[in-house]
Design a protein. Structure first.
Length: 344
């Protein structure tokens, strides 16, 4: 089963939890990526390739640890893995497990895995069709590590790739070399992991066709869900909330993100008895309250994340929405939260 690749992907909740377990606060990473600091609380949030890369680059800068991917892998072990990873552990062999992961990626991710087989070697290559820059190191490492862990845990033995190729220039990392048990090639033309073909045929003792028959339809529906939001208004607002910090988003930008023409988007917005301008205002209002609910975010930062040029414009707009200033709303929200806590 294949589907059109769109520049829309999710950041799995399991990775936010792994990040937290590794001592990295998701809200801090998101702020450093110039994204709303509460996005990790929304499991349905959709990101573009540029935004996903910004998250990984922010994480790398904050962690300042060339082995941070290994820490995140440990965090995932403590906090739980993605459902697709868990289900793939019940595949018939390593090849079947990777193909299952590939299939789910094709259903709902803006990253693509391609494979090659020749001369006793099997290669899996990771690409981002919409990328404007090289994929951050931690993103590459995690993808390869999860695939390798799948083989090691499914077979019960320490499978090692023949080699791992990185587009990045380096530097050499002994900790990663020890983990892979294979040579790492830097400044390569691609990000790829190469296996011995015989390792792909290694059986998974825990293979359970009955379990796979039970969970696969549910996983497929979950991956497809991101392409089937309830209304066009919800989808537009979701895109707008992600794009506000870069300035006033245009209809053309939103249409491109949603994979449709500008004319089609305008028609569908009109069919739902609203306007692009109204949806932009709603997106700003909803996001402003979401951001103000976090006392760690300064109001000047909220102004920036909403795409306003100055705080005066934001204050004026917020007072029109809420009838009070952002500071007064924040104080009231804090009081309401404390009252609610006292009732439990």
């Amino acid at each position: 089963m294949t589907s059109q690749v769109l520049d829309r992907g999710r950041f799995p909740p399991t990775l936010w939890r792994a990040m937290q377990s590794a001592g990295l606060k998701p809200s801090k990473v998101l702020r450093a990526a110039r994204l709303p600091s509460t996005l990790h609380l929304d499991a349905s949030a959709i990101f573009s390739t540029t935004q996903l890369f910004a998250i990984w680059k922010a994480l790398e800068a904050i962690a300042d640890d060339p082995g941070v991917a290994l820490r995140l892998l440990d965090g995932a072990d403590r906090c739980g893995h993605q459902p697709a990873f868990i289900s793939a552990l019940y595949a018939s062999d390593f090849r079947d497990a990777i193909q299952r992961i590939e299939r789910f990626k094709r259903m709902g991710a803006c990253e693509v895995f391609t494979t090659e087989e020749a001369n006793g070697r099997w290669t899996i290559i990771k690409e981002w069709p919409f990328a404007m820059e090289t994929e951050p190191a931690v993103s590459v490492d995690l993808s390869f590590m999860f695939l390798l862990e799948l083989g090691r845990r499914g077979t019960g033995r320490r499978i090692c790739p023949a080699r791992v190729e990185y587009q990045r220039a380096g530097p050499r990392n002994r900790e990663l070399e020890d983990y892979y048990g294979a040579p790492l090639v830097f400044a390569a033309p691609r990000n790829a992991m190469i296996f011995h073909v015989e390792d792909l045929a290694a059986p998974f003792p825990g293979h359970s066709p009955e379990f796979l028959d039970l969970v696969t339809p549910g996983l497929a529906a979950a991956f497809a869900e991101m392409h089937e939001d309830h209304t066009i208004a919800d989808r537009v607002k979701s895109v707008l909330k992600r794009a506000l910090a870069s300035g006033r988003p245009e209809v053309a930008h939103v249409a491109r993100d949603l994979g449709m023409s500008e004319r089609t988007l305008q028609r569908r917005i009109t069919d739902e008895a609203t306007t692009f301008r109204a949806l932009l205002s709603d997106a700003r209002r909803e996001l402003s309250q979401q951001l103000l609910a976090d006392p760690a975010i300064h109001i000047d930062e909220v102004t920036y994340l909403l795409g306003y040029q100055d705080t005066t414009s934001f204050y004026r707009a917020f007072k029109d929405w809420a009838g009070v200033s952002p500071g007064e709303w924040r104080s009231g929200f804090g009081a309401e939260s404390k009252t609610a806590e006292g009732l439990h």
